[in-house]
Design a protein around this ligand. Structure first.
Ligand code: TYM
Length: 322
């Protein structure tokens, strides 16, 4: 089974990205052929300054490696290092119409947030389809907010295959219901654009600040509290079923305040990411090795995308006089 997914370096990754995509990708690494990339071109739709984009890309690369991405076993690269994908984007753009693209929730949401409605933002789903289809991906682990993008990808692939023959592999979204929408500090979906995120590699001080600002109701230590809301939901991500039951009991039993629970959540986060945080600090000191890994990753990725592109050029008439 070939698994592929990507993450935008549009800021610091957060617990929503981690539980719905990064963690699951690393689990797949044990059993499947894994393709994972940092979506640098996608991030250009929201990150304008070159130095910010470069720093974000480096950050996400370090995060993934620290969490356990193994570039020897898997293919791990930065999107803009594989030009075949952008070439495919143009070709695939004939397979979707403007009215269809106008239905994209993600485009509408971003424009509503004040992001410039650039041509790039509009054709974002086509680039994403190319990411997926260039590597003959079968399964794409994502959060719920990417569901419609996967539907566009399937529509594009279906239409392309109808016109040119059975060339593209039909991918499937792989959404895990219990982590499909991870809530943020304010209870809305955790999202970089809402500034309600928890960056699990942040300093202890910043993590503490973030965890402390999770919204709760105003019930005090001696009140019975309902096991619900962002504090309960975020903490639950770190617990198994028994742990969740125990947490629910703590909410319901007077004597524990939200402040205590928050500090326990902080401990749980630091413990869960403890080893990864150490590995990240070590990797950070060795940019040459990381750069070499990425160069090798892009080479491996190109070797997979190039033959597919050859088939596409042949079928579409772009490979002429041969
Ligand atoms: P991005 O960078 O916004 O997010 C990366 C992954 O994290 C998921 N996610 C969440 N899941 C649950 N709860 C949340 N609060 C939450 N916030 C984010 C996203 O659904 C995503 O799976 N367009 C993609 C990047 C991309 C891509 C691709 C993904 C580009 N090309 C090809 C798969 C295949 C994006 O913006 O993800």
């Amino acid at each position: 089974m070939r698994i592929l997914s990507g993450i935008q370096p549009s800021g610091r990754p957060h617990l929503g990205n981690y539980f719905s995509m990064m963690k699951r990708m690393l689990e797949y690494q044990e059993t499947s052929e894994l393709f994972c990339f940092v979506a640098s071109y996608h991030a250009m739709t929201t990150v304008e300054k070159g130095e910010d984009l470069a720093r974000n890309i480096e950050g996400v690369v370090l995060d993934f490696l620290a969490l356990g991405m193994d570039p020897n076993r898997s293919t791990f690269w930065v999107q803009s290092d594989v030009p075949e994908v952008t070439e495919l984007t143009w070709i695939l753009s004939m397979q979707i119409t403007v009215p269809q693209l106008e239905l994209a929730h993600s485009f509408k949401d971003k424009v509503a947030q004040g992001i410039i409605p650039s041509g790039g933002l509009f054709i974002y789903p086509i680039l994403m389809a190319a990411d997926i289809l260039a590597f003959r991906s079968e399964k794409v682990p994502v959060g719920k907010d990417q569901k419609q993008h996967l539907e566009f990808t399937r529509d594009i692939a279906r239409r392309f295959n109808n016109v040119y023959g059975d060339i593209l592999t039909m991918p499937e979204a792989d959404i895990s219901e219990d982590v499909a929408v991870v809530p943020g500090l304010d209870g809305r979906k955790m999202s970089k654009s809402y500034k309600n995120t928890i960056d699990f590699f942040a300093s202890e001080k910043d993590l503490k600040k973030a965890v402390s600002s999770i919204i709760t109701d105003s019930k005090g230590v001696d009140d019975v509290k309902e096991p619900e809301g962002p504090l309960y939901d975020i903490y639950s991500l770190f617990l198994d079923e028994d742990g969740r039951k125990a947490l629910a009991d703590r909410f319901r039993t007077p004597g524990t305040g939200y402040g205590h629970i928050k500090m326990d959540l902080l401990k749980a986060i630091l413990e869960h990411f403890g080893e990864a945080r150490e590995r990240r600090a070590t990797l950070e000191k060795d940019p040459d090795t990381v750069r070499d890994m990425l160069a090798a990753g892009a080479k491996k990725a190109r070797a997979v995308a190039a033959p597919l592109l050859e088939d596409v050029r042949k079928a579409t008439g772009l490979r002429y006089m041969r």
